[in-house]
Design a protein around this ligand. Structure first.
Ligand SMILES: C[S@@+](CC[C@H](N)C(=O)[O-])C[C@H]1O[C@@H](n2cnc3c(N)ncnc32)[C@H](O)[C@@H]1O
Ligand code: SF4
Length: 481
């Protein structure tokens, strides 16, 4: 295992020299394209003026609850901390109103859900009454009769003891069938370093409760964190596989914010690199975890998420990233991805309340993609997360032939062993999957590259170079906006 991990480090260094990965070894998670925070301001009127709901009327629906017990030091999400019961009531009122405003604007009596995700923050960090209130007004507005999966992001503490069980039963009664538990680590020392509000025992109890109540369980971990060593990380992974959950998700620690809010971790580590595992160790942690998971039957299913069965994955993530299907988001920082456009809600609580009180959707940034950006989006998301189907690319771009989409880029990635192509699809190789964010960032327009040109070595895979802009002649009539 160590040998394979060392070979990955060598691959990584080679790809840095080729210009694929930035010199510092930092990374930028490709969650959407263009990257979420690079959007200009947008008004609700312009954004929705030319939008029509999908023909089957189905949406993947997201609701965001931005409250947490305490601040985890790695976290870059804007959240309010502590009990704050009155504030939570106020927020739930605004969220309910936001859903009504959106339904009015789209001319919908109810939103027909294909899948649901409630995320945060800690969306289970509500009193039982508040949780019941939320689930009731949510399911009054969202028709769940065609919903294939109802996901909830949870932390362990809210799921233990009698109250935790009650909370889980309430969620089950409202149709929730999959939970993602923020486990983060199963090492007490590392959990303390993270300022997590739970220890190992609470996590084990929470996982057991979720399994007993029949939820599909996904558990999330962070690697590359201060206090983690190759040895204790592998112990954590051994314990993780022994829990026998359906899915295990791995995140590399992101130190620089990738949204508007910078979490405390950067300040804690700046000038003190000795606190962190080295880049080599972090790469080895990832490769050794992949190998250990494979030994126990867990394979990467949707990117970063490992499962034993192919059908255990997040439908919400798959519909959005591979299906490229329309998705509506509600709440602070939530986003909506609607075919050829993308809107992001404000990250500021006061603005959120004020806009909703004024009868406006709390959007503040967004984009209507032109055809070139649509082509890039239709490559980046499916290629990163599972597979890029050529015929589907042509559908989503209104008929652009796949072989006219950045052919030089695809060739170069093939030469470097990062992708494989057949008549129907393009997929990442195991090496490409290991550096999936960087591979798909090859398809970013230079103005949307996560790092400036000088951050990369001047090699054949420098993401700002060799990019083929789309000649206007290729754009089918009516597709350019
Ligand atoms: C939106 S967060 C919410 C999780 C939930 N509130 C909890 O902590 O239990 C989703 C996941 O992203 C991961 N994550 C958050 N901040 C991160 C960071 N700075 N670097 C890497 N992963 C991070 C964590 O694994 C976290 O569980
Ligand atoms: S990691 Fe989760 S629990 Fe911790 S502050 Fe962030 S959103 Fe809250």
């Amino acid at each position: 295992m160590v040998e394979r991990a060392l070979a990955r480090v060598a691959d990584y260094r080679r790809l840095q020299e080729a210009g694929l990965i930035c010199r510092s070894g930092d990374f930028f998670p490709s969650v959407h394209y263009p990257p979420i925070t690079m959007y200009p301001p947008v008004e609700e009127e312009t954004f929705f003026a030319t939008y029509t709901p999908p023909q089957d009327g189905l949406f993947d629906v997201y609701a965001h609850i931005p409250f947490c017990r305490s601040r985890c030091l790695f976290c870059h999400y804007p959240v309010q901390l502590g009990e704050r019961s009155a504030e939570k009531d106020r927020y739930l009122g605004a969220l309910e109103r936001e859903m009504d405003l959106s339904m009015q604007l789209l001319g919908l009596e109810r939103i027909k859900a294909r899948s649901v995700l409630v995320g945060g923050g800690t969306p289970t960090y509500l009193t039982l009454d508040q949780l019941a209130r939320f689930l009731t007004f949510f399911s009054q507005r969202v028709d769940l009769s065609d919903c294939r999966q109802f996901n909830y992001d949870v932390d362990p503490v809210t799921l233990i003891g009698d109250e935790g069980l009650e909370r889980l039963r309430l969620m089950r009664a409202h149709g929730v069938d999959r939970v993602t538990i923020g486990v983060q680590s199963l090492n007490e020392h590392v959990l303390k370093q993270m300022n997590r509000h739970h220890g190992i025992q609470e996590t084990l109890e929470a996982v057991q409760n979720c399994r007993d109540l029949g939820f599909q369980v996904n558990i999330e971990f962070i690697f590359g964190y201060p206090g983690e060593t190759l040895e204790n990380w592998m112990e954590v992974m051994e314990l993780a596989v022994s829990l026998d959950v359906e899915e295990i998700q791995l995140y590399r620690l992101k130190i620089e914010a990738y949204g508007d809010y910078q979490g405390p971790i950067k300040g804690l580590c700046s000038g003190k690199p000795e606190r962190l595992p080295t880049l080599e160790e972090t790469i080895m942690m990832k490769q050794m975890a992949i190998d250990l998971l494979a030994e126990h039957g867990y394979r990467e299913n949707l990117r970063r998420v490992f499962s034993r069965e192919r059908h255990h994955y997040s439908h919400y993530a798959d519909n959005q990233c591979c299906g490229l299907l329309d998705q509506l988001g509600f709440g602070l920082t939530a986003f909506s991805s609607l075919r050829d456009r993308f809107a992001l809600n404000t990250q500021n609580f006061d603005d959120y309340y004020a806009m909703i009180a004024a009868g406006k959707l709390p959007l503040n940034r967004g984009i209507l993609r032109n055809l070139e950006e649509q082509m890039r989006w239709a490559i980046i998301l499916p290629l990163k997360n599972r597979a890029l189907w050529k015929s589907y690319f042509e559908t989503v771009t209104g008929g652009v032939p796949f072989d006219q989409a950045f052919p030089a880029k695809f060739e170069r990635l093939k030469e470097h062993g990062l992708i494989v192509e057949d008549d129907e699809k393009v997929e990442l190789t195991p090496l490409g999957a290991f550096v999936a964010d960087e591979v798909v960032q090859q398809f970013h327009a230079p103005e949307y590259s996560p790092y400036p040109a000088e951050s990369y070595a001047d090699g054949p895979l420098h993401p700002h170079r060799n990019w083929d802009r789309v000649p206007q002649a290729q754009i089918p009539a009516g597709q350019s906006s």
